[in-house]
Design a protein around this ligand. Structure first.
Ligand SMILES: [Zn+2]
Length: 291
């Protein structure tokens, strides 16, 4: 396999002679994206001499909002449940290149949230990508793939503002015979895309009612919005069956405003400050008369 180029963000303020206590507070800024070649020497250098992030940012400031792309995947195993021997066996079967190495706390007791956690294998796996991930849905789908494969993985491993302190070569296993991961070809990516809770990444927008929406009437039977008569009791499509409600009866109606346009009013949303004082407008009012 020919050597190929990949990219990773490197922090200019990071000091590899110091530990996480020193470095963690110094790496919010100072990030630049760098090219490097997938060879054992350069990969060892990048993982043991630098503070790194798999992500590209729109400025030198590492934040979720500044995330532009992910150029490489880092698997992070911090609790010993995935062991060195398991990972080295898995690596032999992967159809993509990878570098397995030990983190600073590998086989050391460490303190987490004031508690001492006993020593165990603490490992990372760097996986180069054939092409960067630039869509959050793709990022979440790839994350879902690896989470399913390794349920005990550190859940922040693909965080958009995640960085990794330098590791060690106590465990060090480099592969370059397979080429970078073609992440678009990972099995089941569409399933993982569908499993993404939309509210976690979609910008909040005004909730609008559509004539084609299905709503529950007072008898909890499904009815299309366009078939509901004004002032007929219905269940609010946003909170009707929600556990946040105090009651469990129908709580909404469709009304017609002074301009002759319909809107939905929900008394529960009103009392919880949802919607615009419990009022939800309709989508595409221009089309109303056609339907
Ligand atoms: Zn409601």
């Amino acid at each position: 396999m020919e050597n190929y180029k990949t990219r990773i963000s490197v922090n200019g303020h990071y000091d590899p002679t110091k530990g996480k206590d020193y470095n963690n507070s110094r790496v919010a800024n100072g990030w630049t994206l760098q090219d490097y070649i997938w060879t054992e020497d350069s990969v060892r250098n990048i993982t043991t001499q630098h503070g790194i992030s798999c992500n590209e940012y729109s400025s030198n400031h590492k934040t979720t909002e500044n995330w532009v792309a992910t150029h490489i995947v880092m698997l992070d195993f911090d609790d010993g449940k995935v062991t060195t021997s398991q990972l080295l066996t898995d690596q032999k079967n992967w159809s993509f290149d990878s570098y397995i190495y030990s983190s600073q706390n590998h086989q050391k007791p460490k303190e987490k949230n004031g508690k001492v956690v006993s020593k165990c294998d603490r490992l990372r796996v760097l996986i180069p990508l054939k092409e960067p991930i630039t869509e959050i849905t793709d990022l979440k789908a790839v994350e879902g793939y690896f989470r399913t494969k390794y349920p005990t993985i550190d859940q922040t491993f693909m965080g958009r503002s995640r960085y990794f302190a330098h590791g060690t070569t106590e465990i060090s296993s480099f592969q370059n015979s397979q080429g970078p991961l073609k992440w678009r070809e990972l099995p089941g990516l569409d399933q993982f895309r569908q499993a993404i809770p939309k509210r976690s990444w979609k910008r909040k927008t005004e909730k609008l009612i559509k004539l084609s929406d299905q709503i529950l009437d007072a008898d909890k039977k499904t009815i299309k919005v366009k078939d509901i008569l004004p002032d007929k009791p219905i269940y609010c499509p946003f909170c009707g069956l929600s556990e946040d409600r105090t009651g469990d009866g129908h709580n909404a109606v469709i009304k017609i405003n002074d301009a002759g346009l319909p809107f939905l009013f929900c008394s529960s949303c009103q009392s919880r400050g949802m919607g615009n004082k419990g009022v939800y407008n309709f989508h595409k009012l221009m089309d109303m008369s056609i339907d």
